[in-house]
Write a protein that binds this ligand. Structure first.
Ligand code: FAD
Ligand code: NAP
Length: 510
């Protein structure tokens, strides 16, 4: 609820803001961008009206501050005076006022739980809520404690450990069959070890201060048919450990994944290559002390500190090319993550990313996203509708489907761009369409030169009804759509009008 990405986007001068033919328009006031907000927070102005004092806020007090020019909101126990932020909030005043004088945590989480509001609103902090449930150190609030009776959730995972002279193995019993190497994200930092296992829509966390030192790198194995994960740590010294260590925050908890905070580790920029005039392929290296594989169709968040404020934006990993699996890997293991990122000269985040030098670091979160590989089951026709960098989730989806789905008959990509120069990986796509007869490709340009012989215009009922032909009347189809928010929303509406069911459509959003 408190950040920008889709709404403050596209740029003010962009065609995307021009309302024509029913296309969406995003109203934005001049001088009210996220950068303008950051400047205001650095101006030394008293934004809370409390002259730097922090107070304890009772529920009664909070309720009183429920007007536009006197609006306090509680987010995760902290109270902010958001009145100065009203004009800068991309969702608009109305959205912010829904939380006025009350606890806005859920509202906030529904929209953008990943936004770093602690940093964005730090100058608006009024204080803490006075009445807060107190949990003795090491204990968890009730909602976070593993609840074996939870009807919807998976049965309680558990863990154990054993050792040899040189190794310590942590074993996680997920009691779930569809577990693989993507399901576990593990990080070793100083003496703490953290392993988050994603089990359906839940997150199970092991979080321990280890009793002895270990080497930086470790390995992860999964015994898929029994849902067992083994994390093998290498001891620094060959001594016998009496215990694994002591529990840290939220250790041994099973909670809905959406309630688990994002965890970041610093990744190093290894290379940066031009792909089009404004889009680059970034290669980041994970630290040796991290195990992380981003599942197909999911994204991560990058975090950078920009003029003293932590800013978070989502990006979708791709492979290094559409033909990676046919090549000898250039880099030795799965420690490298690739991203296709468009640089917006007037944007907040991407110019900073572009200024990073090889060897610099950016913080990268655990993966997120609602796409599930099970959506490919028995799939016969896959249709991909992408606009601009909305192509990024399609890269892995396309490769996965062509390589792993035996039932697949047809994959069709309709790729919307302004001009030919904006088409990402055009020659690779054309080569793939030539090599693999199951793959068809259609480019649609909104601002082509007069020489362009292909399709032109915007997403429309006519384009879609012609493109979305099933290979058989009874074919099982999946349509994936991604691009600027108004493009995706309009596309979804058109797909429903064409009688595709919800299960047949997946839209990529944050
Ligand atoms: P912003 O500051 O957001 O600005 C973008 C444009 O809007 C600029 O031209 C700027 O001038 C204009 N603008 C900003 N604020 C205003 C304002 N108030 N008034 C007028 N104009 C304004 N992008 C990729 O390139 N690759 C990816 O793989 C990728 N994956 C994504 C995955 C998800 C799930 C989502 C939601 C988005 C993804 N994005 C991706 C988009 C990305 O998160 C950023 O939105 C994008 O990089 C722009 O960030 P920015 O801060 O540089 O630009
Ligand atoms: P772009 O180049 O500005 O636009 C690509 C094409 O889409 C252009 O032809 C453009 O036409 C058209 N278009 C834009 N808005 C439209 C609308 N409302 N209706 C119909 N057509 C429209 O795109 P971009 O700068 O690369 O931006 C890509 C977007 O995808 C960003 O918003 C990014 O956040 C999003 N994205 C999302 C994810 C995700 O997983 N959710 C992943 C990656 C990217 P004109 O420009 O000529 O108007």
């Amino acid at each position: 609820m408190l950040n920008v990405p889709s709404q403050s986007f596209p740029g003010s001068s962009s065609q995307q803001r021009v309302s024509s033919g029913g296309r969406s328009k995003v109203p934005l006031k001049q001088g009210r961008s996220l950068m303008d907000w950051i400047r205001l927070t650095k101006s030394g102005k008293d934004l809370t009206g409390l002259k730097g004092r922090l107070i304890e806020v009772t529920e009664e007090e909070l309720k009183k501050h429920n007007k536009k020019d006197d609006c306090w909101i509680c987010i995760r126990g902290f109270v902010y005076n958001v009145s100065p932020y009203m004009d800068y909030h991309p969702g608009g005043e109305e959205e912010l006022m829904r939380g006025a004088g009350s606890d806005g945590t859920d509202l906030f989480d529904q929209v953008h739980r990943w936004v770093n509001y602690e940093s964005m609103l730090k100058e608006c902090l009024v204080g803490r809520m006075a009445v807060k449930p107190a949990f003795p150190k090491g204990m968890l609030p009730k909602s976070q404690v593993t609840d074996p009776l939870a009807k919807e959730g998976p049965s309680s995972p558990s863990y154990d450990w054993f050792q040899t002279d040189a190794l310590v193995t942590i074993v996680i019993y997920t009691k779930q069959k569809d577990i693989n190497l993507d399901s576990v994200i593990a990080d070793h930092r100083d003496d703490s070890f953290r392993a988050e296992t994603v089990i359906k829509d839940y997150s199970y966390l092991i979080h321990i201060a280890l009793s002895h030192e270990i080497q930086e790198d470790f390995s992860v194995r999964v015994v898929e048919n029994v849902g067992k994960i083994e994390i093998v740590l290498k001891k620094k010294e060959n001594t016998s450990w009496k215990c694994l260590g002591h529990p840290l925050e939220n250790h041994n908890s099973l909670i809905p994944k959406k309630d688990r905070g994002l965890y970041y580790r610093k990744c190093q920029l290894i290379s940066k290559e031009d792909v089009t005039h404004d889009t680059k392929l970034f290669c980041l290296m994970l630290p040796p002390s991290t195990h992380l594989q981003v599942p197909t169709g999911q994204h991560v968040y990058f975090k950078l500190t920009i003029t003293g404020t932590e800013i978070v934006k989502p990006y979708t990993p791709v492979s290094d090319s559409l033909f990676s699996e046919f090549k000898e890997p250039v880099l030795p293991n799965n420690k490298y993550i690739y991203f296709l990122i468009k640089i917006y000269p007037a944007g907040l985040f991407t110019p900073e990313l572009d200024h990073l030098q090889i060897g610099d670091y950016v913080s990268v979160s655990n993966p997120e996203g609602s796409f599930k590989i099970s959506q490919f089951q028995e799939l016969e026709d896959l249709f991909l509708l992408a606009a601009g960098t909305g192509f990024t989730p399609m890269v892995k989806v396309l490769s996965y489907a062509l390589t792993n789905i035996p039932s697949l008959r047809k994959v069709k990509l309709m790729f919307f761009n302004k001009t030919e120069d904006d088409i990402i990986w055009r020659s690779q796509l054309e080569k793939l369409a030539f090599k693999d007869k199951r793959f068809d490709l259609e480019f649609v340009l909104s601002a082509p030169t007069s020489e362009w012989n292909g399709k032109r215009g915007y997403i429309s009922p006519a384009l879609l009804s012609e493109f979305l032909k099933r290979s058989l009347d009874t074919s099982k189809v999946l349509i994936c759509i991604c691009g600027p928010m108004p493009f995706t929303e309009q596309g979804m509406k058109l797909l429903h009008d064409l009688n595709f069911s919800k299960d047949e459509i997946h839209s990529f959003t944050a």
